[in-house]
Design a binder for this molecule. Sequence first.
Ligand code: NAD
Length: 387
Amino acid sequence: MTDNSRHNASRRTFLQTSAAGLAAAGLTSRAFAQAQEQEKEQDAATAGAQAGGKKIGYAVMGLGQLGMGQILPAFKNCKYSRVTALVSGKPDKARAEAEKYGVDPKNIYNYDNFDKIKDNGQVDVVYVVLPNNMHADFVVRAAQAGKHVLCEKPFDVTVEKCQQAIDACKKHNRKLQIGYRLMYEPNNLRLVEAVAKKEIGEPKILECGAGFSIGDPNQWRLKMDMAGGGCLMDIGVYALSAARYITREEPTEVTAFTFANRQDPRFKEVEEHCNFDLRFPSGVLASCTSSYSCGLNRFRAIGTRGWAECEPALSYRGVKFRKSGRGGQVDEPDLGDPDQFATEMDALAQCILENKEPKASGEQGLRDVKIMLAIYEAAKTGKTIKL
Ligand code: NAD
């Protein structure tokens, strides 16, 4: 079995399991048939582009934990994307990774000569996987070099820089997607659908938690200038983003508390915990928690007739949707567990091949940065901030 046919087979299995899951979840046969039809059309369009021999070439910029641990290995699970270049400040590391993933050593760049990538026809997209405060600058440089961009979350640490990056991509007519992998993850999508279809009655309350225990006190994530904040910027952004995509509304007000144990060497500069509450126009209230010292990994929506949740909600693998059923029973359909990085990279590749706008757009990323800055202001002033 070739890599491609193996992939197609696993995609088929996924479609079958998700079909069973959606059916089990009570989607009407008409809605289900429509969804299947849509997906077939999408596949046919992309297959056409592929038949033209086009697989989107990615340059991965930043060979750290995420770049080497998740993104490079994900290309083997991609249908429309392949890695064709690397950008790194460490030539030895870059050469070793290039050899491992079959990247031509001529396609290795560093942060100084990066702009030369404009002459490289094998690169369509630059995937920016650097510390937060470096994102927007490299999005701008990538767009100026004529490349589309996938930029890791959070978009950047200031509204101005995010806006500059959006403007540069517009000016150079390049696509920009933010690395919100959960916006493409089937269990999270099912949670969005369950709320939209009022399967839990009228949605009233959201509880979104995202957190982990952070290690090395010397890492950039704990430096205010590079990270732009603490747990909120890094992991709490998932809780915020989820509250927005689950309600499909924009919050109008926010209140917040932060806490940092300043005796702990990890939290000299940034917050350890950040709890925030969001008010949405429909009346839904979201209670969100983020932490750098506790594990939090659940998005739950509670309505007048039940609840629906993902737990784990944001792990790289094994995300699980479940929903309260009749008579106290809990439904837990198998919706599949695809490689989230392959899915998000292929989603951008499809947008490029079909000239569509990415769902996880730069505007979505900018909106979250604006709200996070308002959350910090609410925590600092003790006031409710209107958005
Ligand atoms: P990391 O520290 O492991 O890697 C960062 C990379 O940037 C390293 O290769 C480092 O050499 C390079 N770099 C270049 N200039 C640097 C400088 N001046 N200081 C420090 N490093 C520099 O970080 P990571 O965990 O790979 O995170 C990178 C980005 O990816 C962050 O924005 C983070 O928020 C995001 N991220 C997203 C997810 C996700 O699930 N989508 C998961 C982890 C990280």
